[in-house]
Design a protein around this ligand. Sequence first.
Ligand SMILES: Cc1cc2nc3c(=O)[nH]c(=O)nc-3n(C[C@H](O)[C@H](O)[C@H](O)COP(=O)(O)OP(=O)(O)OC[C@H]3O[C@@H](n4cnc5c(N)ncnc54)[C@H](O)[C@@H]3O)c2cc1C
Length: 496
Amino acid sequence: MHTGCEHEHTATISKADLVKQLLALLPADCVLFEAEDLNPYECDGLSAYRQLPWVTVLPNSVEQVQAVMRLCHQYQLPVVARGAGTGLSGGALPHPNGVLLSLAKLKSILSVDTLGRTARVQPGVRNLAISQAVAAHGLYYAPDPSSQIACTIGGNVAENSGGVHCLKYGLTIHNILQVKLVDVTGELLVIGSEAFDSAGYDLLALITGSEGMLGVIVEVTVRLLPMPEQAQVVLAAFNDVEKAAAAVGDIIAAGIIPAGLEMMDKLAINAAEDYAHAGYPRDAEAILLCELDGMRADVVDQITRVQLILSQGGATEVRLAADDTARALLWKGRKAAFPAVGRLSPDYYCMDGTIPRRHLPLVLRRIAELSQQYGLAVANVFHAGDGNLHPLILYDANKPGELEQVEAFGGKILEFCVEVGGSITGEHGVGMEKINQMCVQFDALALTQFHAIKHAFDPQGLLNPGKAVPTLHRCAEFGAMHIHHGKTPFPELERF
Ligand SMILES: Cc1cc2nc3c(=O)[nH]c(=O)nc-3n(C[C@H](O)[C@H](O)[C@H](O)COP(=O)(O)OP(=O)(O)OC[C@H]3O[C@@H](n4cnc5c(N)ncnc54)[C@H](O)[C@@H]3O)c2cc1C
Protein backbone atom coordinates (compact mmCIF):
# COMPACT_ATOMS: atom_id res chain seq x y z
CA MET A 1 0.00 0.00 0.00
CA HIS A 2 1.23 3.49 -0.88
CA THR A 3 0.49 6.84 0.76
CA GLY A 4 1.65 8.69 -2.35
CA CYS A 5 3.00 11.47 -0.19
CA GLU A 6 6.42 12.51 -1.35
CA HIS A 7 5.19 16.10 -1.48
CA GLU A 8 5.94 17.54 1.93
CA HIS A 9 4.02 20.53 3.19
CA THR A 10 4.54 22.03 6.62
CA ALA A 11 1.32 23.23 8.19
CA THR A 12 1.20 26.87 9.27
CA ILE A 13 -1.86 26.36 11.48
CA SER A 14 -2.78 23.67 14.00
CA LYS A 15 -5.54 21.23 13.08
CA ALA A 16 -7.66 22.45 16.00
CA ASP A 17 -7.42 26.07 14.84
CA LEU A 18 -8.16 25.12 11.26
CA VAL A 19 -11.29 23.22 12.30
CA LYS A 20 -12.39 26.18 14.41
CA GLN A 21 -12.01 28.56 11.49
CA LEU A 22 -13.75 26.19 9.07
CA LEU A 23 -16.66 25.84 11.49
CA ALA A 24 -17.05 29.61 11.36
CA LEU A 25 -17.50 29.35 7.57
CA LEU A 26 -19.53 26.15 7.15
CA PRO A 27 -22.31 24.35 9.04
CA ALA A 28 -21.03 21.76 11.53
CA ASP A 29 -22.11 18.77 9.41
CA CYS A 30 -19.95 20.09 6.53
CA VAL A 31 -16.63 19.82 8.40
CA LEU A 32 -15.25 16.34 9.17
CA PHE A 33 -12.11 15.94 11.24
CA GLU A 34 -12.40 12.74 13.33
CA ALA A 35 -10.58 9.70 11.90
CA GLU A 36 -13.79 7.63 11.68
CA ASP A 37 -15.45 10.36 9.58
CA LEU A 38 -12.38 10.81 7.40
CA ASN A 39 -11.97 7.11 6.58
CA PRO A 40 -14.34 7.08 3.57
CA TYR A 41 -12.14 9.71 1.93
CA GLU A 42 -8.79 7.94 2.31
CA CYS A 43 -8.66 6.73 -1.32
CA ASP A 44 -10.36 6.84 -4.69
CA GLY A 45 -10.83 3.90 -7.07
CA LEU A 46 -7.06 3.26 -6.94
CA SER A 47 -7.21 1.73 -3.49
CA ALA A 48 -3.54 0.68 -3.47
CA TYR A 49 -2.91 4.30 -2.45
CA ARG A 50 -4.41 5.44 0.86
CA GLN A 51 -3.99 8.53 2.97
CA LEU A 52 -6.31 10.12 5.52
CA PRO A 53 -6.89 13.82 4.89
CA TRP A 54 -6.34 16.30 7.72
CA VAL A 55 -9.86 17.61 7.33
CA THR A 56 -12.68 17.04 4.86
CA VAL A 57 -15.11 19.83 3.99
CA LEU A 58 -18.39 19.49 2.10
CA PRO A 59 -19.55 23.00 1.14
CA ASN A 60 -23.22 23.65 0.32
CA SER A 61 -22.65 26.60 -2.00
CA VAL A 62 -20.13 28.21 -4.33
CA GLU A 63 -19.67 30.99 -1.78
CA GLN A 64 -18.66 28.39 0.80
CA VAL A 65 -16.16 26.87 -1.66
CA GLN A 66 -14.67 30.35 -2.14
CA ALA A 67 -14.48 30.93 1.60
CA VAL A 68 -12.68 27.60 2.13
CA MET A 69 -10.23 28.39 -0.66
CA ARG A 70 -9.50 31.84 0.80
CA LEU A 71 -8.81 30.31 4.20
CA CYS A 72 -6.55 27.58 2.76
CA HIS A 73 -4.70 30.17 0.72
CA GLN A 74 -4.21 32.35 3.79
CA TYR A 75 -2.56 29.45 5.64
CA GLN A 76 -0.93 27.97 2.50
CA LEU A 77 -2.72 24.65 2.94
CA PRO A 78 -2.92 22.02 0.18
CA VAL A 79 -6.42 21.43 -1.23
CA VAL A 80 -7.53 18.27 -3.02
CA ALA A 81 -10.89 18.46 -4.82
CA ARG A 82 -13.05 15.35 -4.86
CA GLY A 83 -16.16 14.38 -6.79
CA ALA A 84 -17.44 10.83 -6.26
CA GLY A 85 -13.96 9.33 -5.76
CA THR A 86 -14.37 6.84 -8.64
CA GLY A 87 -11.12 8.00 -10.26
CA LEU A 88 -8.71 5.18 -11.05
CA SER A 89 -5.39 7.01 -10.96
CA GLY A 90 -5.29 8.33 -7.39
CA GLY A 91 -6.15 11.90 -8.44
CA ALA A 92 -8.39 12.48 -5.41
CA LEU A 93 -5.93 10.90 -2.94
CA PRO A 94 -5.88 13.28 0.06
CA HIS A 95 -2.88 15.20 1.31
CA PRO A 96 -1.94 14.39 4.95
CA ASN A 97 -1.65 18.09 5.88
CA GLY A 98 -4.36 19.30 3.57
CA VAL A 99 -8.06 19.87 3.13
CA LEU A 100 -10.09 17.43 1.10
CA LEU A 101 -12.74 19.51 -0.64
CA SER A 102 -15.71 17.33 -1.55
CA LEU A 103 -18.13 18.81 -4.10
CA ALA A 104 -20.71 16.11 -3.34
CA LYS A 105 -23.29 18.51 -1.91
CA LEU A 106 -23.31 20.76 -4.98
CA LYS A 107 -25.63 18.47 -6.93
CA SER A 108 -28.32 20.63 -8.51
CA ILE A 109 -29.19 20.90 -12.16
CA LEU A 110 -29.44 24.69 -12.29
CA SER A 111 -31.19 25.13 -15.66
CA VAL A 112 -31.99 23.32 -18.88
CA ASP A 113 -32.19 25.20 -22.18
CA THR A 114 -34.06 22.90 -24.56
CA LEU A 115 -33.78 25.31 -27.51
CA GLY A 116 -30.04 25.85 -27.11
CA ARG A 117 -29.67 22.20 -26.04
CA THR A 118 -27.54 22.97 -23.02
CA ALA A 119 -27.79 22.48 -19.25
CA ARG A 120 -26.03 24.30 -16.41
CA VAL A 121 -25.15 21.86 -13.68
CA GLN A 122 -23.28 21.90 -10.40
CA PRO A 123 -20.08 19.81 -10.19
CA GLY A 124 -21.48 17.11 -7.88
CA VAL A 125 -24.26 16.11 -10.31
CA ARG A 126 -23.81 12.49 -11.37
CA ASN A 127 -23.10 11.95 -15.07
CA LEU A 128 -26.15 9.72 -15.58
CA ALA A 129 -28.42 12.12 -13.68
CA ILE A 130 -27.99 14.71 -16.45
CA SER A 131 -29.35 12.40 -19.15
CA GLN A 132 -32.12 11.23 -16.82
CA ALA A 133 -33.15 14.83 -16.10
CA VAL A 134 -33.43 15.83 -19.77
CA ALA A 135 -34.80 12.56 -21.18
CA ALA A 136 -38.35 13.93 -21.17
CA HIS A 137 -37.19 16.55 -23.70
CA GLY A 138 -35.76 13.85 -26.00
CA LEU A 139 -32.22 14.94 -25.10
CA TYR A 140 -29.18 13.33 -23.47
CA TYR A 141 -25.57 14.02 -22.45
CA ALA A 142 -23.32 11.91 -24.69
CA PRO A 143 -20.09 11.09 -22.76
CA ASP A 144 -20.88 7.97 -20.78
CA PRO A 145 -18.08 6.59 -18.59
CA SER A 146 -18.85 3.08 -17.38
CA SER A 147 -18.93 4.62 -13.89
CA GLN A 148 -21.66 7.06 -14.97
CA ILE A 149 -24.11 5.92 -12.32
CA ALA A 150 -21.76 7.33 -9.65
CA CYS A 151 -19.12 9.67 -11.09
CA THR A 152 -19.72 13.42 -11.11
CA ILE A 153 -19.57 15.92 -13.94
CA GLY A 154 -16.90 17.88 -12.01
CA GLY A 155 -14.72 14.77 -11.92
CA ASN A 156 -15.51 14.11 -15.62
CA VAL A 157 -14.29 17.58 -16.59
CA ALA A 158 -11.22 17.28 -14.34
CA GLU A 159 -10.31 13.97 -16.02
CA ASN A 160 -11.67 14.73 -19.53
CA SER A 161 -13.54 11.46 -19.21
CA GLY A 162 -14.60 9.29 -22.07
CA GLY A 163 -16.96 6.37 -22.49
CA VAL A 164 -18.49 3.94 -24.93
CA HIS A 165 -20.13 6.67 -27.03
CA CYS A 166 -17.12 8.98 -27.23
CA LEU A 167 -15.89 7.39 -30.47
CA LYS A 168 -18.66 9.20 -32.36
CA TYR A 169 -19.61 12.02 -30.00
CA GLY A 170 -16.27 13.03 -28.51
CA LEU A 171 -14.84 13.21 -25.00
CA THR A 172 -15.99 15.53 -22.21
CA ILE A 173 -14.09 18.46 -23.77
CA HIS A 174 -16.20 18.19 -26.93
CA ASN A 175 -19.44 18.24 -24.95
CA ILE A 176 -19.07 21.24 -22.66
CA LEU A 177 -19.26 24.97 -23.33
CA GLN A 178 -18.42 26.71 -20.09
CA VAL A 179 -16.92 26.05 -16.68
CA LYS A 180 -17.01 28.18 -13.54
CA LEU A 181 -13.86 27.72 -11.55
CA VAL A 182 -12.80 28.89 -8.09
CA ASP A 183 -9.09 29.61 -8.22
CA VAL A 184 -6.53 29.03 -5.48
CA THR A 185 -7.19 32.47 -3.95
CA GLY A 186 -10.98 32.01 -3.88
CA GLU A 187 -11.76 34.12 -6.99
CA LEU A 188 -14.59 32.89 -9.22
CA LEU A 189 -13.52 32.63 -12.89
CA VAL A 190 -15.80 32.03 -15.89
CA ILE A 191 -14.05 30.02 -18.60
CA GLY A 192 -15.52 29.41 -22.06
CA SER A 193 -18.90 30.88 -22.96
CA GLU A 194 -22.50 29.92 -23.53
CA ALA A 195 -21.86 30.41 -27.26
CA PHE A 196 -20.11 27.82 -29.42
CA ASP A 197 -16.91 29.86 -29.50
CA SER A 198 -15.26 32.25 -27.09
CA ALA A 199 -12.61 34.90 -27.50
CA GLY A 200 -9.03 34.53 -26.33
CA TYR A 201 -6.94 31.47 -25.57
CA ASP A 202 -8.86 28.21 -25.26
CA LEU A 203 -8.65 27.93 -21.48
CA LEU A 204 -11.60 25.55 -21.42
CA ALA A 205 -9.40 22.94 -23.09
CA LEU A 206 -6.69 23.63 -20.51
CA ILE A 207 -9.02 23.22 -17.55
CA THR A 208 -10.56 20.06 -19.01
CA GLY A 209 -8.30 17.23 -17.90
CA SER A 210 -6.41 19.40 -15.40
CA GLU A 211 -7.03 16.90 -12.55
CA GLY A 212 -7.79 19.46 -9.85
CA MET A 213 -4.37 21.10 -10.34
CA LEU A 214 -5.54 24.50 -11.64
CA GLY A 215 -8.78 25.29 -9.79
CA VAL A 216 -12.00 23.91 -8.37
CA ILE A 217 -14.84 23.45 -10.87
CA VAL A 218 -18.10 24.72 -9.37
CA GLU A 219 -20.39 24.80 -12.42
CA VAL A 220 -20.42 23.23 -15.88
CA THR A 221 -22.50 24.09 -18.94
CA VAL A 222 -22.89 20.88 -20.91
CA ARG A 223 -24.09 20.35 -24.46
CA LEU A 224 -27.09 18.07 -24.92
CA LEU A 225 -27.84 15.99 -27.99
CA PRO A 226 -31.17 14.82 -29.40
CA MET A 227 -31.69 11.11 -28.81
CA PRO A 228 -31.03 9.21 -32.04
CA GLU A 229 -34.07 7.93 -33.93
CA GLN A 230 -32.62 4.44 -33.97
CA ALA A 231 -29.80 2.53 -32.27
CA GLN A 232 -28.75 -1.03 -33.00
CA VAL A 233 -25.95 -3.17 -31.66
CA VAL A 234 -24.13 -6.07 -33.27
CA LEU A 235 -22.15 -8.65 -31.31
CA ALA A 236 -19.35 -10.43 -33.17
CA ALA A 237 -17.43 -13.38 -31.73
CA PHE A 238 -13.90 -14.32 -32.79
CA ASN A 239 -11.69 -17.34 -32.11
CA ASP A 240 -8.62 -15.11 -32.20
CA VAL A 241 -8.04 -11.82 -30.36
CA GLU A 242 -5.92 -10.38 -33.13
CA LYS A 243 -8.66 -10.98 -35.74
CA ALA A 244 -11.10 -9.05 -33.54
CA ALA A 245 -8.58 -6.24 -33.20
CA ALA A 246 -8.05 -6.10 -36.96
CA ALA A 247 -11.83 -5.96 -37.58
CA VAL A 248 -11.99 -2.78 -35.51
CA GLY A 249 -9.71 -1.04 -38.01
CA ASP A 250 -11.67 -2.51 -40.96
CA ILE A 251 -14.94 -0.96 -39.75
CA ILE A 252 -13.49 2.52 -39.37
CA ALA A 253 -11.53 2.20 -42.64
CA ALA A 254 -14.85 1.56 -44.39
CA GLY A 255 -15.91 5.09 -43.41
CA ILE A 256 -18.31 3.99 -40.68
CA ILE A 257 -18.12 5.73 -37.29
CA PRO A 258 -20.01 3.55 -34.81
CA ALA A 259 -21.56 5.15 -31.74
CA GLY A 260 -19.52 2.63 -29.76
CA LEU A 261 -17.04 -0.11 -30.65
CA GLU A 262 -15.94 -2.16 -27.66
CA MET A 263 -13.86 -5.27 -27.24
CA MET A 264 -13.64 -7.91 -24.50
CA ASP A 265 -11.35 -10.92 -24.32
CA LYS A 266 -12.19 -14.40 -23.02
CA LEU A 267 -11.48 -13.73 -19.36
CA ALA A 268 -13.60 -10.56 -19.41
CA ILE A 269 -16.38 -12.22 -21.45
CA ASN A 270 -16.80 -15.02 -18.93
CA ALA A 271 -16.57 -12.74 -15.91
CA ALA A 272 -19.22 -10.41 -17.39
CA GLU A 273 -21.41 -13.37 -18.38
CA ASP A 274 -21.29 -14.82 -14.84
CA TYR A 275 -22.26 -11.43 -13.46
CA ALA A 276 -24.74 -9.97 -15.97
CA HIS A 277 -26.03 -13.03 -17.93
CA ALA A 278 -25.86 -11.01 -21.12
CA GLY A 279 -25.81 -14.06 -23.41
CA TYR A 280 -22.17 -13.65 -24.47
CA PRO A 281 -20.54 -16.65 -26.26
CA ARG A 282 -18.34 -18.11 -23.52
CA ASP A 283 -16.06 -20.03 -25.87
CA ALA A 284 -15.06 -16.96 -27.93
CA GLU A 285 -11.51 -15.65 -27.56
CA ALA A 286 -12.84 -12.11 -28.07
CA ILE A 287 -16.07 -10.30 -28.80
CA LEU A 288 -16.77 -6.92 -30.35
CA LEU A 289 -19.86 -4.89 -29.57
CA CYS A 290 -20.56 -2.41 -32.34
CA GLU A 291 -23.36 0.12 -31.93
CA LEU A 292 -24.71 2.20 -34.82
CA ASP A 293 -27.12 5.06 -34.26
CA GLY A 294 -28.77 7.86 -36.21
CA MET A 295 -31.61 8.06 -38.72
CA ARG A 296 -33.37 4.72 -39.18
CA ALA A 297 -32.47 4.28 -42.86
CA ASP A 298 -28.76 5.06 -42.23
CA VAL A 299 -28.59 2.64 -39.33
CA VAL A 300 -30.13 -0.18 -41.39
CA ASP A 301 -27.62 0.44 -44.18
CA GLN A 302 -24.61 0.62 -41.85
CA ILE A 303 -25.63 -2.47 -39.88
CA THR A 304 -25.65 -4.50 -43.09
CA ARG A 305 -22.19 -3.23 -44.02
CA VAL A 306 -20.77 -3.84 -40.53
CA GLN A 307 -22.13 -7.39 -40.44
CA LEU A 308 -20.40 -8.10 -43.76
CA ILE A 309 -17.08 -6.60 -42.61
CA LEU A 310 -17.17 -8.65 -39.41
CA SER A 311 -17.92 -11.89 -41.26
CA GLN A 312 -15.18 -11.20 -43.79
CA GLY A 313 -12.84 -10.43 -40.87
CA GLY A 314 -13.30 -14.00 -39.60
CA ALA A 315 -16.06 -13.64 -36.99
CA THR A 316 -17.42 -17.03 -35.97
CA GLU A 317 -20.76 -15.48 -35.00
CA VAL A 318 -22.40 -12.14 -35.88
CA ARG A 319 -25.54 -11.43 -33.86
CA LEU A 320 -27.88 -8.42 -34.12
CA ALA A 321 -29.75 -7.47 -30.94
CA ALA A 322 -33.39 -8.23 -31.69
CA ASP A 323 -34.85 -5.25 -29.84
CA ASP A 324 -34.03 -2.52 -27.30
CA THR A 325 -34.19 -4.98 -24.39
CA ALA A 326 -31.67 -7.29 -26.05
CA ARG A 327 -29.49 -4.28 -26.90
CA ALA A 328 -29.56 -3.06 -23.30
CA LEU A 329 -28.61 -6.55 -22.09
CA LEU A 330 -25.55 -6.69 -24.36
CA TRP A 331 -24.41 -3.32 -23.00
CA LYS A 332 -25.21 -4.33 -19.43
CA GLY A 333 -22.51 -7.01 -19.66
CA ARG A 334 -19.94 -4.53 -20.96
CA LYS A 335 -20.78 -1.85 -18.39
CA ALA A 336 -20.57 -4.41 -15.58
CA ALA A 337 -17.30 -5.87 -16.84
CA PHE A 338 -15.02 -4.04 -14.38
CA PRO A 339 -16.85 -5.10 -11.21
CA ALA A 340 -17.34 -8.55 -12.77
CA VAL A 341 -13.59 -8.99 -13.26
CA GLY A 342 -13.23 -7.90 -9.63
CA ARG A 343 -14.74 -11.26 -8.66
CA LEU A 344 -11.95 -13.22 -10.38
CA SER A 345 -9.16 -12.34 -7.96
CA PRO A 346 -8.74 -10.48 -4.66
CA ASP A 347 -7.48 -7.39 -6.50
CA TYR A 348 -7.10 -6.07 -10.02
CA TYR A 349 -5.19 -3.15 -11.40
CA CYS A 350 -6.90 -1.25 -14.21
CA MET A 351 -4.47 0.24 -16.68
CA ASP A 352 -5.43 2.93 -19.17
CA GLY A 353 -3.46 3.84 -22.25
CA THR A 354 -4.22 4.86 -25.82
CA ILE A 355 -2.64 3.68 -29.03
CA PRO A 356 -3.15 4.32 -32.74
CA ARG A 357 -5.92 1.90 -33.68
CA ARG A 358 -3.81 0.16 -36.34
CA HIS A 359 -1.46 -1.13 -33.62
CA LEU A 360 -4.19 -2.92 -31.62
CA PRO A 361 -3.16 -6.46 -32.71
CA LEU A 362 0.53 -5.76 -31.97
CA VAL A 363 -0.12 -4.22 -28.54
CA LEU A 364 -2.53 -6.95 -27.45
CA ARG A 365 0.09 -9.55 -28.41
CA ARG A 366 2.70 -7.67 -26.34
CA ILE A 367 0.35 -7.54 -23.34
CA ALA A 368 -0.15 -11.31 -23.61
CA GLU A 369 3.64 -11.83 -23.69
CA LEU A 370 4.14 -9.59 -20.66
CA SER A 371 1.36 -11.46 -18.85
CA GLN A 372 3.32 -14.70 -19.37
CA GLN A 373 6.57 -13.06 -18.34
CA TYR A 374 5.17 -11.62 -15.08
CA GLY A 375 2.97 -14.66 -14.37
CA LEU A 376 -0.06 -12.42 -13.87
CA ALA A 377 -3.37 -12.90 -15.71
CA VAL A 378 -4.86 -9.99 -17.65
CA ALA A 379 -8.47 -9.37 -18.71
CA ASN A 380 -8.90 -6.92 -21.57
CA VAL A 381 -12.09 -4.91 -21.82
CA PHE A 382 -11.84 -1.63 -23.64
CA HIS A 383 -12.92 1.12 -26.02
CA ALA A 384 -11.39 -0.52 -29.09
CA GLY A 385 -12.70 2.04 -31.57
CA ASP A 386 -10.76 4.80 -29.77
CA GLY A 387 -7.66 2.63 -29.34
CA ASN A 388 -8.17 3.15 -25.59
CA LEU A 389 -6.91 0.05 -23.78
CA HIS A 390 -7.95 -1.11 -20.31
CA PRO A 391 -5.88 -4.17 -19.39
CA LEU A 392 -7.06 -5.36 -15.96
CA ILE A 393 -4.14 -7.11 -14.24
CA LEU A 394 -5.30 -9.66 -11.67
CA TYR A 395 -3.33 -10.00 -8.44
CA ASP A 396 -3.47 -10.43 -4.69
CA ALA A 397 -2.29 -7.40 -2.69
CA ASN A 398 -1.78 -9.62 0.36
CA LYS A 399 0.99 -11.56 -1.38
CA PRO A 400 4.25 -9.77 -0.59
CA GLY A 401 5.76 -8.06 -3.62
CA GLU A 402 2.81 -8.74 -5.93
CA LEU A 403 1.63 -5.12 -6.05
CA GLU A 404 5.14 -3.99 -7.04
CA GLN A 405 5.16 -6.65 -9.79
CA VAL A 406 1.81 -5.42 -11.06
CA GLU A 407 3.01 -1.82 -11.12
CA ALA A 408 6.14 -2.81 -13.03
CA PHE A 409 4.00 -4.80 -15.50
CA GLY A 410 1.54 -1.90 -15.88
CA GLY A 411 4.41 0.51 -16.42
CA LYS A 412 5.74 -1.68 -19.23
CA ILE A 413 2.33 -1.65 -20.94
CA LEU A 414 2.17 2.15 -20.79
CA GLU A 415 5.72 2.49 -22.06
CA PHE A 416 4.85 0.23 -24.99
CA CYS A 417 1.84 2.47 -25.72
CA VAL A 418 4.24 5.41 -26.00
CA GLU A 419 6.62 3.35 -28.15
CA VAL A 420 3.93 2.73 -30.78
CA GLY A 421 2.97 6.41 -30.85
CA GLY A 422 0.22 6.39 -28.23
CA SER A 423 -0.34 7.96 -24.83
CA ILE A 424 -0.10 6.86 -21.20
CA THR A 425 -3.53 8.32 -20.51
CA GLY A 426 -6.73 7.43 -22.25
CA GLU A 427 -9.36 8.76 -19.92
CA HIS A 428 -8.37 7.98 -16.32
CA GLY A 429 -5.80 10.74 -15.94
CA VAL A 430 -2.29 10.57 -14.52
CA GLY A 431 -2.92 11.25 -10.82
CA MET A 432 -0.40 9.37 -8.68
CA GLU A 433 -0.53 6.19 -10.71
CA LYS A 434 1.16 7.20 -13.93
CA ILE A 435 3.35 10.01 -12.74
CA ASN A 436 6.57 8.12 -13.51
CA GLN A 437 5.41 7.28 -17.03
CA MET A 438 4.95 11.03 -17.66
CA CYS A 439 8.76 11.07 -17.67
CA VAL A 440 8.69 8.58 -20.56
CA GLN A 441 5.95 10.36 -22.49
CA PHE A 442 7.36 13.89 -22.24
CA ASP A 443 10.84 15.39 -22.39
CA ALA A 444 12.25 17.87 -19.88
CA LEU A 445 11.21 20.91 -21.91
CA ALA A 446 7.58 19.80 -22.17
CA LEU A 447 7.41 18.99 -18.44
CA THR A 448 8.90 22.37 -17.64
CA GLN A 449 6.19 24.06 -19.70
CA PHE A 450 3.54 22.12 -17.76
CA HIS A 451 5.07 23.37 -14.50
CA ALA A 452 5.03 26.93 -15.85
CA ILE A 453 1.30 26.65 -16.59
CA LYS A 454 0.67 25.26 -13.10
CA HIS A 455 2.70 28.11 -11.66
CA ALA A 456 0.57 30.69 -13.52
CA PHE A 457 -2.59 29.38 -11.81
CA ASP A 458 -1.14 28.20 -8.53
CA PRO A 459 2.27 29.73 -7.74
CA GLN A 460 2.60 28.05 -4.34
CA GLY A 461 1.56 24.62 -5.62
CA LEU A 462 -1.35 24.22 -3.20
CA LEU A 463 -3.83 22.56 -5.55
CA ASN A 464 -3.55 18.75 -5.58
CA PRO A 465 0.22 18.83 -4.95
CA GLY A 466 2.45 16.04 -6.18
CA LYS A 467 0.01 14.73 -8.82
CA ALA A 468 -0.14 14.57 -12.62
CA VAL A 469 3.10 16.38 -13.52
CA PRO A 470 6.37 14.98 -12.14
CA THR A 471 9.26 17.15 -11.07
CA LEU A 472 12.38 16.80 -13.22
CA HIS A 473 14.17 15.34 -10.21
CA ARG A 474 11.54 12.65 -9.89
CA CYS A 475 12.13 11.77 -13.55
CA ALA A 476 15.86 11.64 -12.85
CA GLU A 477 15.26 9.21 -9.98
CA PHE A 478 13.01 7.15 -12.26
CA GLY A 479 15.92 6.97 -14.68
CA ALA A 480 14.19 8.86 -17.45
CA MET A 481 16.09 12.15 -17.31
CA HIS A 482 19.67 12.89 -18.12
CA ILE A 483 21.54 14.62 -15.28
CA HIS A 484 24.76 16.43 -16.17
CA HIS A 485 27.05 17.58 -13.34
CA GLY A 486 24.17 17.18 -10.90
CA LYS A 487 21.84 19.41 -12.93
CA THR A 488 18.62 18.62 -14.80
CA PRO A 489 18.41 19.94 -18.39
CA PHE A 490 16.69 23.23 -17.44
CA PRO A 491 18.13 24.26 -14.05
CA GLU A 492 17.02 27.88 -14.62
CA LEU A 493 13.41 26.70 -14.84
CA GLU A 494 13.43 24.47 -11.79
CA ARG A 495 11.86 27.13 -9.61
CA PHE A 496 8.51 26.00 -11.09
C1 LIG B 1 -15.93 0.83 -12.54
C2 LIG B 1 -15.31 2.07 -13.12
C3 LIG B 1 -15.45 2.33 -14.48
C4 LIG B 1 -14.89 3.49 -15.02
N1 LIG B 1 -15.08 3.72 -16.36
C5 LIG B 1 -14.61 4.87 -16.89
C6 LIG B 1 -14.82 5.16 -18.27
O1 LIG B 1 -15.45 4.41 -19.01
N2 LIG B 1 -14.32 6.32 -18.74
C7 LIG B 1 -13.64 7.20 -17.94
O2 LIG B 1 -13.23 8.24 -18.43
N3 LIG B 1 -13.43 6.94 -16.64
C8 LIG B 1 -13.90 5.82 -16.10
N4 LIG B 1 -13.68 5.56 -14.77
C9 LIG B 1 -12.87 6.50 -13.97
C10 LIG B 1 -13.67 7.60 -13.25
O3 LIG B 1 -15.01 7.20 -13.02
C11 LIG B 1 -13.63 8.92 -14.02
O4 LIG B 1 -12.31 9.40 -14.05
C12 LIG B 1 -14.54 10.01 -13.43
O5 LIG B 1 -14.55 11.13 -14.28
C13 LIG B 1 -14.14 10.45 -12.03
O6 LIG B 1 -15.20 11.23 -11.50
P1 LIG B 1 -15.35 11.42 -9.92
O7 LIG B 1 -16.48 12.35 -9.69
O8 LIG B 1 -15.44 10.12 -9.25
O9 LIG B 1 -13.97 12.16 -9.60
P2 LIG B 1 -12.91 11.89 -8.43
O10 LIG B 1 -12.41 10.49 -8.52
O11 LIG B 1 -13.48 12.32 -7.15
O12 LIG B 1 -11.76 12.89 -8.86
C14 LIG B 1 -11.03 12.67 -10.04
C15 LIG B 1 -10.05 13.83 -10.25
O13 LIG B 1 -10.78 15.01 -10.52
C16 LIG B 1 -10.50 16.02 -9.55
N5 LIG B 1 -11.79 16.66 -9.29
C17 LIG B 1 -12.95 16.09 -8.95
N6 LIG B 1 -13.91 17.00 -8.85
C18 LIG B 1 -13.35 18.19 -9.14
C19 LIG B 1 -13.83 19.52 -9.20
N7 LIG B 1 -15.11 19.82 -8.98
N8 LIG B 1 -12.95 20.51 -9.51
C20 LIG B 1 -11.66 20.24 -9.77
N9 LIG B 1 -11.16 19.00 -9.73
C21 LIG B 1 -12.00 17.99 -9.43
C22 LIG B 1 -9.91 15.29 -8.37
O14 LIG B 1 -9.02 16.12 -7.65
C23 LIG B 1 -9.18 14.16 -9.04
O15 LIG B 1 -7.92 14.60 -9.51
C24 LIG B 1 -14.19 4.40 -14.20
C25 LIG B 1 -14.08 4.15 -12.83
C26 LIG B 1 -14.62 3.01 -12.29
C27 LIG B 1 -14.49 2.77 -10.82
